[in-house]
Design a protein around this ligand. Structure first.
Ligand code: SF4
Length: 420
């Protein structure tokens, strides 16, 4: 390495160059690909035929930060409900684009329910479950024809759980005839990539513009996903939708999704992400949006909400005061964001430190935009507050949390408020 080179380069690799696809509803246009910010999307788990429940959940996901929301369209009742969901959302001023998730009967539903086809902003097509032989080709062509007619982009979404059987069988035969056949895992990965690209090419031959196609190849294991997407990115320039399918519940789903997506996005691969978390019983569906945003923000790729740096606590902190403060300030910041993001441009880049004692507290707090260092066991019961690296007030007593919230609010107003 040359002595002039910075030995600590920071940041992701140059983004893999993809085409730009616009997904739109009304005045809302979500660009995907090229140099557009990596888009966060999510999916509802309501019965789509229940248009009220689905519209409410779409609104919740959109308010949490989902820039597109996918809904299942699996039955005539669901297809009939789609225009009503769209209308309900429009009335509420929620202009988030809706994506229709189709399997098996998408060709029928999109042709029999034109208002559904029109109300959706993008169609997800799974080429692995559209029948076989000529029937499959006809069904695929029918869906592409509708997409062209209504000028809607599509995602050709291949999934290893529903891989095209005929393609796989043909590739296995060819593989077996090789002098050195590939192992089954490598063959499966190749079949996913071939299925995605060949179907995209066929869609273009059928008249679909190349800048209206997004690809995904979803698998449920981290190393498979990384391997497949590296390969896919090297072989095409369609925008790529990243996500681990069936990621799982709780920390397992979050960790597996983060591990896979972080590696790929650090390599400049990926244009839109969805985190497929299984919600806990009664859990909040919006968690998948929060996790997607936190992955992007932790990698420094996008900013959504001020970041709270909090120490883990240790034997030097006998009380839960600092844990409660860290939790309350994080919730407070997230709750304010729907209003703050328009009123205080740039506030999403703010860093807040909440530290448990004097060891790292003052140092970490000084590095943050605003920080508080709480007293550890045996320390003087006071909490110095640091603003822009300078020690300012010292909080004492039972009202530290509320007073700190107020200090943060004033700081945000002063620093990010738009002056007329
Ligand atoms: S800052 Fe203090 S309380 Fe927090 S982990 Fe470090 S030593 Fe423990």
């Amino acid at each position: 390495m040359s002595i002039c080179q910075n030995p600590f380069p920071v940041g992701p690799a140059v983004r893999h160059q993809t085409r730009l696809v616009n997904v739109a509803w009304g005045s809302t246009v979500v660009p995907i690909g090229s140099s557009a910010p990596i888009v966060v999307q999510s999916m509802t788990n309501t019965d789509t035929a229940d248009h009220i429940a689905t519209a409410i959940q779409v609104k919740e996901l959109a308010l949490a930060g989902s820039e597109m929301v996918r809904i299942t369209v699996n039955t005539p009742e669901a297809a009939q409900a789609v225009p009503a969901i769209r209308e309900q959302l429009d009335k509420m001023g929620v202009l988030v684009p809706l994506v229709g998730d189709f399997h098996y009967n998408g060709h029928k539903l999109l042709t029999q329910y034109p208002e559904c086809a029109q109300a959706l902003s993008k169609y997800r097509i799974n080429p692995g479950n559209m029948g076989g032989g000529k029937k499959r080709d006809d069904n695929f062509a029918q869906m592409i024809e509708v997409a062209c007619k209504y000028e809607k982009p599509v995602r050709i979404g291949v999934n290893w759980g529903s891989l095209d059987h005929e393609l796989m069988a043909r590739m296995m035969d060819e593989n077996n005839a090789k002098p050195e056949p590939w192992d089954a895992q490598s063959l499966m990965r190749e079949a996913l990539v071939v299925s995605a690209i060949s179907n995209a090419q066929r869609a273009e031959q059928l008249g679909m513009p190349g800048d209206a196609i997004i690809l995904s190849c979803k698998v449920s294991h981290v190393q498979d996903l990384i391997s497949v997407y590296r390969n896919l990115a090297g072989r095409c320039n369609y925008p790529l939708h990243l996500g681990l399918t069936e990621a799982g519940m709780g920390s397992k789903g979050i960790v597996a999704s983060t591990a896979a997506l972080a590696v790929l996005m650090q390599e400049g691969i990926g244009d839109t992400i969805r985190i497929s978390l299984t919600p806990e019983p009664g859990g909040d569906r919006c968690k998948e949006v929060v996790v997607a945003q936190e992955i992007l923000q932790s990698l420094g790729l996008r900013a959504f909400t001020p970041m709270v740096v909090a120490c883990p606590g240790c034997g030097r902190t006998s009380s839960t005061v600092f844990q409660e403060l860290a939790d309350s300030i994080q919730s407070y910041l997230r709750d304010q964001m729907p209003v703050w993001k328009t009123r205080y441009p740039g506030v999403e880049n703010m860093n807040v430190a909440v530290m448990g004692c004097v060891v790292n507290g003052p140092g970490e707090s000084r590095h943050a935009d605003i920080g508080i260092s709480l007293p550890g066991t045996g320390e003087v019961p006071s909490a110095p507050v640091f603003i822009d690296g300078e020690r300012t007030v010292t909080l004492k007593g039972d009202n530290i949390a509320a007073e700190f919230h107020e200090i943060v609010r004033n700081y945000v107003e002063r620093r990010y408020g738009v002056r007329s």
